[in-house]
Design a protein around this ligand. Structure first.
Ligand code: UDP
Length: 195
């Protein structure tokens, strides 16, 4: 695994295709793989938030979803060549899910947003299994119930759209409990899919 160190935050080198390959490999494992899509703001935030810092550096794939990270890398000669966005990677993953009959669950967004996103995803990629969705405005005491529901739905992938860094911290907190192959923080991408 070849990673660039940007202010202590380790980011995977490679392009969109490399990232997709890693994600496809994750779908063949028996663990919960974490995919994080930081921009410069998150890297800065991680400087003062140890839980966020640890979650990123322990993640299975960290893509540079911010042109600022590419500039920082170029100035410091760290070897990040190009921006890889969460929106693009999510799209590639969805296409893979369609071609290989994999399934997803979307957690996040305002009420109705995840549902609308699922509907539009299913329209474009009819072979994807939509195992469930839920909005991202819940109480902390409901979180275990939400995780139980996700696990009962048995999706291959969980897309989390709680905004950064909330979604990253959430993944870090619950990665041992989530029975999915891949969890990816997708932020506003779910709003884009909802249209
Ligand atoms: N969001 C959520 N729960 C929250 C906070 C945010 O579900 O407690 C959702 C919000 O509705 C939006 C998504 O997270 O759909 C991304 O939020 P934002 O644009 O703030 O984050 P970014 O895309 O910049 O990470």
């Amino acid at each position: 695994r070849n990673r660039a160190d940007i202010m202590g935050v380790l980011i995977d080198k490679g392009n969109l295709e490399d990232a997709l390959k890693r994600c496809v490999a994750f779908l063949g494992t028996q663990k919960c793989n974490i995919v994080i899509t930081p921009n410069t703001e998150i890297v800065m935030e991680a400087q003062k938030d140890l839980a966020l810092f640890k979650t990123i550096n322990e993640a299975d794939l960290v893509i540079p979803d911010g042109i600022g990270l590419i500039y920082a890398s170029k100035i410091r000669g760290k070897g990040l060549e190009e921006r890889v966005t969460g929106v693009d990677l999510m799209h590639k993953i969805l296409k893979h899910c369609n071609d290989h009959k994999k399934s997803i669950y979307i957690l996040g967004g305002k009420p109705g947003v995840a549902e609308a996103a699922c509907k539009n995803i299913k329209e474009k990629f009819s072979m994807i299994g939509i195992k469930g969705f839920r909005d991202g405005y819940f109480k902390t005491e409901d979180e275990m119930k939400i995780i139980e529901n996700i696990n009962a739905c048995k999706p291959d992938i969980l897309f989390l759209a709680l905004g950064a860094p909330k979604q990253e911290l959430w993944m870090g907190k619950y990665k041992e409990k989530l029975q999915v192959k891949l969890v990816m923080g997708v932020g506003g991408s779910v709003d884009i899919w909802a249209g």
